[in-house]
Design a protein around this ligand. Structure first.
Ligand code: F3S
Length: 394
């Protein structure tokens, strides 16, 4: 892999231990994947933020980097943390967990990272442009930025994203290169997608079928950005889809080659089967919405449905701090709180310790959450559209 003179100096330790270690990591990755050179990135999103995911070794690694003076060079946001960073006490997050989570946030902050912990950074102040190279590491955010925005990122791990943030660069391979962004399978949708959850169920089914291929969808009409983020999140979770194209909707769909591709078809039958597979529970003892983190439109729609209602079970709407503040101003937070629910910022149902908070069955409308909750959080899942979920608890 070609290195510039300046990069060679970094590798020889002329800028200190941290840049040297970070560049060593990225050149090793680049060599494995056949990168020709390093390229600048416009922004980074770092995963491995929740104490539940990284525990003591990860926390100590970050504190060590911070103590050695690590600083990021480009706009860098974080993946969701393990708790609401402001309201964790009110929401009954365990104290010891909170103490450790706050240590992690301090370490990130001292590196110059924006303490915005969200999987929808593009809704919260970190919006890449078409064809911009970025290094993001949360799978739904990767899928959205590659597919809906047309920015270019590989599926970064926490350490490689952090290294990219500190150096402002990433190795040039994979989805940074146009030839590698071509679809490798066609997916014909022959069923109506009506509810929010239909996109999650579709993504869950397609991800399982196609693993890490790049799908070119036909037959999806008028999906909005909330539905697209739900579709991409589920495909990235049940498979490893980092990029998809949709005829007439996504920005690279007209530009890619889509002739002579293997084709699979999805009908109502497959969609119904996906709903059935995702449903492992009978009655939710909590409903958690906002996977990926809810947009203001999604929060508004929950508020509208909960107006004047009284919830029998807890309802959380997970979102970024920015969306929560907008929801506060719009009065949505008040309506949801009055009904007995909460807008929970900075975290989500998968990376927070819900299994230690007494919950056993979680209601979700997200294919990604439905896919991960049984394994990561020991939860049974009730997967349904928003109306049905709220009917079950209001
Ligand atoms: Fe985001 Fe958590 Fe879902 S990180 S995509 S809300 S599992």
């Amino acid at each position: 892999m070609y290195l510039s003179k300046e990069e060679e100096k970094i590798l020889h330790g002329e800028q200190g231990e941290v840049p040297e270690r970070m560049l060593r990591l990225l050149t090793q990755l680049g060599d494995i994947y056949g990168a020709d050179k390093m390229i600048p990135v416009g922004s980074v999103q770092v995963a491995g933020v929740s104490y539940k995911s990284i525990a003591d070794p990860g926390t100590e690694f970050l504190e060590d980097l911070a103590a050695k003076g690590a600083k990021v060079k480009v706009l860098t946001f974080l993946n969701p943390a393990g708790m609401d960073l402001e309201n964790w006490e009110k929401l009954k997050f365990p104290k010891e967990f909170a103490k450790n989570q706050l240590r992690i946030m301090d370490a990130f902050k001292s590196m110059g990272i924006v303490i915005t912990a969200t999987c929808t950074p593009y809704l919260a102040g970190n919006l890449p442009r078409f064809r911009e190279h970025i290094a993001w590491s949360e799978s739904s955010a990767i899928s959205f930025s590659n597919s809906v925005i047309g920015a270019r990122t590989n599926r970064e791990g926490g350490p490689s994203a952090l290294a990219a943030a500190i150096l402002g660069k990433t190795p040039n391979y994979g989805l940074h290169i146009w030839e590698n962004r071509q679809p490798t399978i066609k997916v014909k949708i022959e069923t109506d997608l009506i509810f929010d959850a239909d996109y999650g169920a579709l993504g869950y089914h397609v991800g399982k079928q196609i693993k890490n291929k790049i799908p070119y969808f036909t037959g999806i009409k008028n999906a909005d950005t909330d539905q697209l983020k739900s579709l991409g999140a589920a495909m990235a979770a049940s498979g490893a889809v980092a990029l998809y194209h949709i005829e007439g909707l996504t920005p690279e769909a007209d530009l890619v080659k889509k002739d002579h591709l293997e084709t699979i078809t999805v009908t109502k039958k497959e969609l119904d089967e996906a709903y059935a597979k995702l449903n492992t529970g009978k009655e939710p003892d909590i409903v958690i919405l906002g996977c990926p983190h809810a947009s203001l439109r999604e929060i508004g729609s929950v508020a509208e449905k909960l107006k004047g209602k009284h919830l029998r079970k807890p309802v959380w709407v997970c979102t970024s701090r920015m969306m929560k503040e907008a929801a506060d101003r719009m009065g949505y937070s008040d309506i949801i709180e009055k009904a007995g629910g909460h807008i929970v910022a900075d975290t989500c149902m998968v990376v927070s310790p819900i299994e230690d908070m007494g919950y056993k069955t979680t209601g979700v409308n997200s294919g990604k959450a439905g896919n991960y909750l049984p394994g990561f959080c020991k939860q049974n899942v009730c997967f349904a559209n928003l109306d049905k979920l709220l009917e079950a608890v209001a």
